[in-house]
Ligand binder design. Structure first.
Ligand SMILES: Cc1cc2nc3c(=O)[nH]c(=O)nc-3n(C[C@H](O)[C@H](O)[C@H](O)COP(=O)(O)OP(=O)(O)OC[C@H]3O[C@@H](n4cnc5c(N)ncnc54)[C@H](O)[C@@H]3O)c2cc1C
Length: 350
């Protein structure tokens, strides 16, 4: 069976490694821009400590990639315990890509026709599959900055929904050596730069920020359920060819938080386990990530019918469940209140 994986991000590279363990050696193609400081996109490095079990599957050790645990994070002014950390994602990608047949180029049509299976691991691009049946995306801007302060005040990790209008948040993740990723993402948001400037201005009494790198990107928060088809079968040059999506190309991202690293790994694991049964894979993905469908429906509600009324009880419950799923120790009433504060901004002008 001749297999090509298009996209050597987290899901494509991990899938190649898992298939290799089964004696299948796909060709991997990646044609992404290498124009950031770390040489990769998309470059958010936040992950739960639980990522270690996925790394162990391919004989990698989280300690090699761990930059900083974020045992405590600020959520709109509330300090909560978390099992989150930052990982050196570029290094992880380099190690995942080591030993696989990676071609830094686009897959041409003629070459594509020679494969029995094409895997679409192109993230937001979704280069091989047709458009999602109902896409929803979140534009982002992320800066890498060196942060210094007077005295020993340290900028803490945090997530701030109250810093932007509408649905989204500003995040502050330490990435080592006094450097941070500071990013902003929001559904329908356009004024990222001015919001970022406002954050720097308002924090300037305590911290100074030296910009090192910036990137813009878009996250698919549609959920797998609304990202169908997850795979298809087509006739190519007289033979049958399967095209199968994995990772963010099919929406394995938390719609509330935009976290996609660990879910893309999980999705690649499901694909490797059910290989090459497309139907079983699709059913497993929809079942496993059914909660993403519910989160997506909350976003749709808050952007539409619920715009004025605010979140319903079920939306607040989903927010609480999201925090619990990520291991964030947020008391239930606080979680409900946070969701309320988020929705206050839905109508605010951008
Ligand atoms: C600014 C930002 C910050 C984020 N922060 C976090 C975070 O902190 N934690 C978290 O869990 N998630 C985060 N995410 C989401 C997370 O990065 C993605 O969900 C995750 O990387 C998806 O993995 P993937 O392998 O499916 O896709 P990607 O990582 O997007 O990889 C897709 C690959 O396909 C390649 N490609 C694209 N088109 C083609 C083509 N036509 N031909 C060949 N190659 C192609 C690209 O170069 C890329 O290497 C963030 C996203 C953004 C934009």
């Amino acid at each position: 069976m001749k297999i090509a994986i298009v996209g050597a991000g987290i899901s494509g590279a991990y899938l190649a490694k898992l298939l290799g363990q089964e004696g299948l050696y796909p060709d991997v193609y990646d044609a992404g821009a290498q124009d950031t400081l770390c040489g990769y996109r998309s470059c958010g490095w936040g992950a739960p400590i639980g990522i270690e079990k996925y790394l162990a599957e391919v004989d990698l050790d989280l300690n090699e990639y761990l930059i900083e645990p974020m045992f405590s994070m600020n959520f709109d002014g509330l300090e909560a315990k978390t099992p989150l950390c930052t990982i050196n994602k570029p290094r992880l990608l380099r190690d995942l890509n080591a030993g696989i047949r990676l071609k830094r180029q686009k897959l041409g049509q003629e070459e594509a026709d020679s494969y029995d299976v094409l895997v679409d691991a192109t993230g937001i691009t979704r280069a091989l599959l047709p458009p999602c049946r109902s896409d929803l995306t979140l534009p982002t801007l992320q800066h890498r900055v060196a942060v210094s302060s007077e005295g020993d005040v340290r900028l803490g990790a945090g997530v701030y929904g109250n810093r932007i209008p509408g649905l989204g948040y500003l995040w502050i993740f330490p990435v080592g050596n006094g450097q941070y990723h500071i990013g902003i993402g929001g559904i329908g948001l356009v004024h990222h730069e001015s919001l970022m400037e406002r954050f720097y201005r308002e924090s300037s009494d305590q911290f100074s920020f030296r910009p090192l790198c910036r990137c813009t990107g878009v996250v698919r928060v549609a959920s797998p359920y609304y990202s169908t088809p997850l795979s298809l079968t087509q006739r190519r040059k007289g033979k049958t060819q399967a095209v199968i999506g994995v990772g963010e190309s099919i929406g394995t991202v938390s719609p509330f938080t935009g976290e996609g690293i660990v879910y893309s790994l999980e999705c690649a694991g499901i694909l490797a386990d059910s290989w090459p049964d497309q139907e079983e894979y699709g059913n497993l993905v929809l079942a496993r990530f059914g909660w993403m469908k519910k989160e997506r429906e909350t976003l749709d509600y808050l952007l539409g019918q619920g715009r004025n009324g605010g979140p319903r009880l079920r939306d607040r419950w989903r927010f609480y469940k999201n925090a619990r799923r990520s291991g964030i120790d947020l008391p239930v009433l606080e979680a409900f209140k946070r969701m309320g504060s988020l929705s206050r901004w839905v109508d605010a002008p951008d």
